[in-house]
Design a protein around this ligand. Sequence first.
Ligand SMILES: Cc1cc2nc3c(=O)[nH]c(=O)nc-3n(C[C@H](O)[C@H](O)[C@H](O)COP(=O)(O)OP(=O)(O)OC[C@H]3O[C@@H](n4cnc5c(N)ncnc54)[C@H](O)[C@@H]3O)c2cc1C
Length: 379
Amino acid sequence: MQLSPEVVRLCEEVRRFVEKEVDPRARWIEEHDAIPDELVRMAREMGLFGITIPEQYGGIGLDLAGKCAIEEVMGRTSYAFATFLGNHTGIGTAGIVALGTEAQKKKYLPRMASGEWLGCFALTEPQAGSDPAAMRATAVRKGDRYLLNGEKTFITNGGVAQVFTVMAITDRSKGIKGISAFILERGFPGFAIGRNEHKMGMHGVTTVPLAFNNCEIPAENLLGPEGMGYVQALKTLTMGRVTIAARCCGMMDRLIERCVEYMKTRVQGGKKIAEHQGLQWMLADMGVARDAARLLTWRAVETMLGGERGTLEASAAKLFATEALAKVADCAVQIYGGMGYMREAGIETAYRDARITRIYEGSSEIQRNIIAAQLLKDA
Ligand SMILES: Cc1cc2nc3c(=O)[nH]c(=O)nc-3n(C[C@H](O)[C@H](O)[C@H](O)COP(=O)(O)OP(=O)(O)OC[C@H]3O[C@@H](n4cnc5c(N)ncnc54)[C@H](O)[C@@H]3O)c2cc1C
């Protein structure tokens, strides 16, 4: 797909930033489970918090192709930093951009574009993960406000976000058509943010539970019409799946490059390990998996930019790219041998980070369900 010269230039700038500033701090992010302030400041100066926010609200206004091109570059470095930014510029802001009133956009988007306010997306509940329609959180209108009760779990960036897009039931009798979306701010009365979870990977990104106890939301913070929350959440997730696939492609690029470097320098049995056919074949399979993932990702981008929903294409891209990344990361550990198992090489970090991509924003099983349902519908 042909990218505009502006997107190509921005990608080059982001790539320099990744290599000069993010990569040298990747180990620090992993070990301190935090994002360094100076990286946030530099990303703010570059406008990276506003890449998907329209220009009239202070952003850069990239479309899905631009967003995915940046995700590919970000995938080359700390997965935590890529997620911290990518979640905000993706599912953390998409609802307000798509459904916000002019007043909501003016209030929230400029500060989200500048990075002053971080956004996040809260759909999952303890008993409603793969089946978000089983949610229990309710929002009842009382005069000029809604009272929100319930809980959410595993919310990416929730520990540091200021703005939360939260889905809750406003009319139980209507099933999924009775689910609405709201914009919440940190500090609304009755809104509590729980402690950061200890995770297998993605260290540096906060993942928290949220609790609402008669949380008061001004009625003007309803996002879109009542009953549109579920449909909008699914649209947001469809977009999010393609961007995760793009990030996985970037991760695979970097892992393959590192393996090539290692294979050409590591000597065993008197020859470079690159000369062993067994490893060459492993590398070939890694390259083919990465290329196929990239083709599926950009097919999904083109389909969606062409005006179609792209449900099947987005799920196929996420399913294939995340499973390919698992294989590539596993092979990378193998090619590095004992060093692959050591923290200092950074390969095992990618192996652990990669694991989440097959679970969040719809597990691999859920992507297969979606793809099968679409194929059966079209038959
Ligand atoms: C680190 C992290 C960050 C997250 N960030 C966010 C976030 O920012 N916002 C948010 O709203 N949520 C977030 N989530 C939640 C995430 O989307 C869910 O964890 C995911 O959808 C799976 O739900 P679950 O954990 O409840 O697993 P379950 O739904 O309990 O699934 C358990 C197993 O059963 C399988 N399964 C379930 N239903 C079916 C089915 N119908 N067919 C076949 N297999 C099935 C699943 O694939 C899985 O293997 C995050 C989760 C994690 C771990």
